[in-house]
Design a protein around this ligand. Structure first.
Ligand SMILES: [Zn+2]
Ligand SMILES: [Zn+2]
Length: 253
């Protein structure tokens, strides 16, 4: 199917992974759209649900938990302006070396409607190693050591927390896709097909598809015009042999 045929036949109903200006550090604004601008974009694209999921606090431009009441107020205002869009406040937590393998503790979960999680280059020795292994030549042995460590950490995060979506698995950190897929199946965590990242690619997705998991397509938009992007990700899913009915936020027009 061409991208155009996909767009004609299928639509995306919800986007559970977008960033806003609350992903920032000092004057550097990582997410370009305000919450209102992201919601407006969702409304214009006919989405019925949207989540604002800024980066976890360990990230360089992670959200400041003190601003959560302001984010809630922005969401209330945006839903008044666009009542056809149900807006959630989530977070894209970082998978890190901590007691629950996330950069937020379990009592933080009540601040959000749900929690997504994934690997990012947060300032830590472990992620520096991952950065090197992704961008510089490393030995097969070192790659294997990191793959094991990264996989164990994801399994720990999935089993110790209620995570809605595992974001872009396999990007920024090598993992054992089969073990991660089995853990997603066991915990009911959605596997993300991400419009912005190289992983999961079609080969990775085939490994996830062999387990009893559900998928979600996310734009991971960092600017409003990208909210609700789905067609290329859906094409990738089809290439991996995944049917549209296994993707929770896709329906036929
Ligand atoms: Zn991410
Ligand atoms: Zn993201």
């Amino acid at each position: 199917m061409t991208i155009q045929e996909i767009e004609e036949k299928y639509r995306i109903t919800a986007d559970y992974h977008t960033h806003s200006v609350y992903s920032r550090v000092g004057p550097y604004i990582h997410g370009k759209g305000t919450i209102l601008e992201n919601v407006k974009a969702a409304h214009e694209k006919g989405l019925s649900e949207l989540a604002i999921t800024d980066h976890g606090p360990a990230d360089f431009y992670g959200l400041d938990p003190k601003l959560i009441p302001q984010m809630r107020a922005d969401i209330e205002k945006a839903m008044k302006a666009y009542p056809d869009v149900k807006v959630y406040l989530g977070v894209e937590a970082d998978i890190v070396d901590s007691e629950n393998a996330l950069d937020i503790v379990s009592s933080d979960f009540e601040l959000f409607d749900f929690v997504n999680a994934g690997y990012h280059y947060v300032p830590s020795a472990h992620m520096m190693e991952n950065f090197r292994s992704f961008h510089l030549p490393v030995s097969a042995k070192e790659k294997e050591r990191l793959r094991k460590q990264n996989t164990l950490r994801i399994l720990k995060a999935l089993k110790n927390n209620k995570i809605k979506i595992l974001t872009h698995p396999g990007d920024k950190a090598y993992i054992d896709e089969k073990l991660v897929a089995m853990a997603c199946a066991e915990t009911g965590t959605l596997v993300e097909i991400n419009a912005r990242h190289k992983h999961p690619n079609a080969e990775d997705l085939k490994i996830y598809a062999a387990q009893d998991v559900k998928f979600v397509i996310s734009s991971d938009a960092h600017k409003p015009e990208n909210v609700g992007r789905y067609a290329r990700s859906l094409a990738l899913a089809f290439k991996a042999g995944i049917d549209a009915d296994r993707i929770v936020n896709i329906e036929e027009r």
